[in-house]
Design a protein around this ligand. Structure first.
Ligand code: GGG
Length: 351
């Protein structure tokens, strides 16, 4: 029996609700057998930790998480009480310190779930977000703070090494799918960083001659993802563009509540982190109506990453069948609670 050590970081808002639902689904898949065991340790960081200790995570939180095989995060943020840039800091630090440079965010339509678009063509794409640099490096400062002359400077950092490795990762991913890669930049206006992205793409493309390559500026990409989303396969972009586009791809597939993500260190030098794409949703926190499917599908990505492919496939199939059977939470047009849709997914896993 193989044991995988999982750090649970439920976080804020609906985070703990979707993490509890995910553990219930994982317990069910584990009970079916498959020769593995998930050993959890739970860390109540976020607002709960802040209320007791005056900070959202302990100073040594990275060292605490380092020995685990994977980290499972719910959501972070409670803007009514703490600015979002404070609650988000541990997540950004984790991605950078553990070199989780490939953020993989699949978005697909599901039979049984109606999306907002008129076209009913199935959508099945993956946004790959560069996750370690770009616009999210902590590089900048404020001059003349609090005065009418205040100046804030925030500098994005795009390295050749960072661009090349995320493009290689995306090309390889496209090879496992429909062999189409679309790179998103704004190289007509941002003449240094995104022109470097363009150059690296041109250099790499011949090594992946079996993958069709396309480029779009971010503004055109937002339009085309609404107009013809079914034509996209793997979409790669910088940290900020990937963050924004994956909310859009959540929206066009029905709800952000459906979308999973993996923050990967492809070289496996550090534990990778799995989380639903959605945030803490304070407006519905505590009401028991959060959609846990994005979190449960993130757990399927985690099982895949841990080598438990059969279990991952079973989880994905159970979610698909539950949704097809009209087990829907309010964000996707139904009336089920988190507990009810979780029970439906667990039921499918036991069927
Ligand atoms: N489920 C993760 C979460 O709470 N995300 C909220 C958020 O704003 N994340 C920003 C980011 O992914 O960079």
């Amino acid at each position: 029996m193989k044991t995988h050590r999982i750090a649970l970081y439920p976080g804020d808002g609906i985070g703990p609700e979707v993490v509890d639902a995910t553990v219930a689904a994982l317990d069910a898949v584990e009970r079916q057998g498959g020769g593995f065991h998930l050993a959890y340790e739970r860390f109540d960081w976020g607002m709960t930790h802040y209320d007791r200790h005056g900070r959202v995570a302990p100073e040594d939180f990275l060292a605490t998480l380092r020995p685990f095989d994977a980290i499972f995060l719910g959501a972070v943020g409670w803007p009514a009480r703490l600015p979002d840039h404070v609650t988000l800091t541990p997540l950004i630090r984790l991605r950078q310190a553990f070199d989780l440079y490939a953020c993989v965010r699949p978005a697909r339509t599901f039979p049984g779930v109606r999306g907002p678009l008129r076209s009913e063509q199935p959508i099945d794409l993956v946004v790959v977000r560069e996750n370690s640099e770009g616009e999210y490096v902590d590089n900048g400062g404020v001059l003349a703070a609090g005065t009418p002359d205040e100046v804030a400077v925030q500098t994005a950092v795009h390295t050749r090494r960072g661009i090349e490795r995320i493009l290689r990762f995306s090309f390889e991913l496209a090879r496992t799918r429909r062999r189409k890669l679309t790179m998103i930049t704004k190289s007509n206006a941002q003449r240094y960083a995104y022109v470097l992205w363009d150059r690296v793409l041109v250099e790499l493309a011949p090594q992946f001659g079996d993958v069709a390559v396309d480029k779009l500026h971010i503004d055109a990409a937002t339009l085309e993802l609404v107009r013809r989303p079914h034509t996209f396969d793997v979409v790669v972009g910088s940290n900020l563009f990937g963050d924004i586009l994956s909310d859009l791809t959540g929206g066009i597939t029905g709800s952000l509540g459906l979308n999973p993500s993996a923050n990967l260190n492809p070289e496996r030098r550090f534990p990778s982190l799995f989380e639903p794409v959605h945030g803490s949703a304070p407006d519905i926190a505590g009401k028991g109506i959060a959609n846990p499917t994005g979190a449960i599908l993130s757990a399927a990505m985690m099982l895949d990453w841990l080598g438990e492919k059969a279990a991952a496939t079973r989880v994905r199939a159970a979610v698909e069948r539950a949704l097809a059977g009209c087990n829907l939470t309010p964000d996707i047009g139904g009336g089920l609670t988190t507990a009810q849709i979780t029970a439906a997914i667990v039921g499918q896993l036991q069927a």
